[in-house]
Design a protein around this ligand. Structure first.
Ligand SMILES: Cc1cc2nc3c(=O)[nH]c(=O)nc-3n(C[C@H](O)[C@H](O)[C@H](O)COP(=O)(O)O)c2cc1C
Length: 339
């Protein structure tokens, strides 16, 4: 299924920006953490001055840099980056114009995968070739295709590799969202992928995910740390997640704080996930529903259960995915920007 309207077209109330995504080979042999910190410090100084928002991802010896801003600023930055000895062989994999997708001047991600650089490189070359031939994908889809493609064997023959159910999950009080990913991996035989995120300040958080089949449909569940909800890169991906499970614990202080974080994360997004609430009692569901309603978010009381009742959580998610039917694609009509 292709979304009929590109959700990020600039309408009169939005400033139009240029977006460019570049993949380059990392030339930092040691101390990649320290170098990412240096790049973050420089970017925080420069990007805000030039009205630029950017994301930097490091994985398997590659950098992915997604930058958005006024055309002149973006092109100036890319010229400047070409001379940075910490990377080489840049390849453009996306260019477009429209409203801003990245909500913050800087965020970055480091993947803990052990995948060899050559495998990552194959995907870059393939996407770059498609781009050169005039086909490209939405920015979030480009990042996912390169850094976290659906790799389940059962999904490989499907016509659209991006058409899989994406379900976020976050817990109000404890570590249950991450435990749910581990539980699913054990139950359904998947492996857990681990990533670390960082934002403008010290907003470091992790995000683990697991891929599995639910009947004929490939699915991915992604656990998000509470502080990770505000992260720019995370927010840029929320519109691609039709469902988001929220595990409430019944303590209003924690539950309200999580719903408030979710409302803040969704503010200004063109599309927001349906919230699937798991709460230990009806009163909590009612309060969360009211808060969600106040923030114009759809809330479903998916199950009344404790946040560590993984079987009950799974039953609720499975039921919603069955209802959803075919997983949506993230493919938009996206004309390439001519330089
Ligand atoms: C892959 C990659 C992405 C980068 N992204 C940015 C960025 O978005 N903004 C920025 O100011 N510097 C970025 N840098 C760092 C710049 O290349 C440069 O070191 C920095 O702007 C400081 O430049 P200056 O010493 O001339 O002030 C990036 C570097 C690399 C290797």
């Amino acid at each position: 299924m292709v979304n009929s309207v590109a959700p990020y077209e600039a309408t009169p109330e939005h400033i139009e920006v240029e977006r460019v995504i570049t993949a380059s080979i990392c030339h930092v042999r040691e101390g990649i953490f320290a170098q990412m910190e240096n790049i973050r410090a420089a970017s925080l100084r420069n990007n805000a001055i030039h009205d630029i928002h950017a994301v930097l991802l490091h994985q398997s010896g590659w950098f992915l840099h997604w930058v958005e801003g006024p055309s002149q600023s973006v092109r100036g930055l890319l010229r400047h980056l070409a001379g940075d000895p910490r990377h080489h062989s840049p390849r453009t994999v996306h260019t477009s114009q429209g409203r801003r997708i990245l909500p913050t001047p800087w965020s970055m991600m480091m993947s803990q995968t052990t995948e060899p650089a050559a495998h990552f490189g194959h995907r870059v070359v393939s996407l770059h070739e498609q781009f050169e031939q005039g086909t490209q994908h939405a920015p979030s889809s480009v990042l996912r295709r390169l850094s976290a493609p659906m790799q389940l064997a059962q999904a490989q023959g499907l016509p659209d590799i991006e058409a899989f159910h994406r379900v976020g999950i976050c817990a109000a009080g404890g570590n249950e969202a991450f435990e749910m990913i581990n539980w699913l991996a054990v139950q359904l035989g998947g492996t857990v992928a681990r990533r670390r995120f960082a934002g403008e300040q010290d907003m470091d958080g992790s995000s683990n995910s697991v891929d599995f089949m639910d009947g004929p449909h490939p699915c991915r569940m992604i656990a998000v740390a509470r502080n990770g909800l505000a992260h720019g890169l995370r927010r840029a991906f929320l519109p691609d997640w039709p469902h988001f499970v929220m595990l409430f614990c019944g303590t209003p202080r924690f539950d309200d704080a999580l719903m408030a974080r979710m409302a803040a994360a969704c503010e200004g997004l063109p599309v927001t996930p349906t919230l699937l609430g798991i709460a230990p009692d009806d009163a909590t569901h009612q309060r969360m529903q009211d808060m969600a309603h106040g923030a114009h978010l759809a809330y479903i009381a998916a199950n009344t259960a404790r946040p560590d009742d993984y079987h009950a959580i799974w039953l609720a998610v499975h039921e919603q995915l069955q209802r959803a039917g075919e997983p949506p694609s993230s493919v938009w009509e996206m004309p390439r920007l001519v330089a």
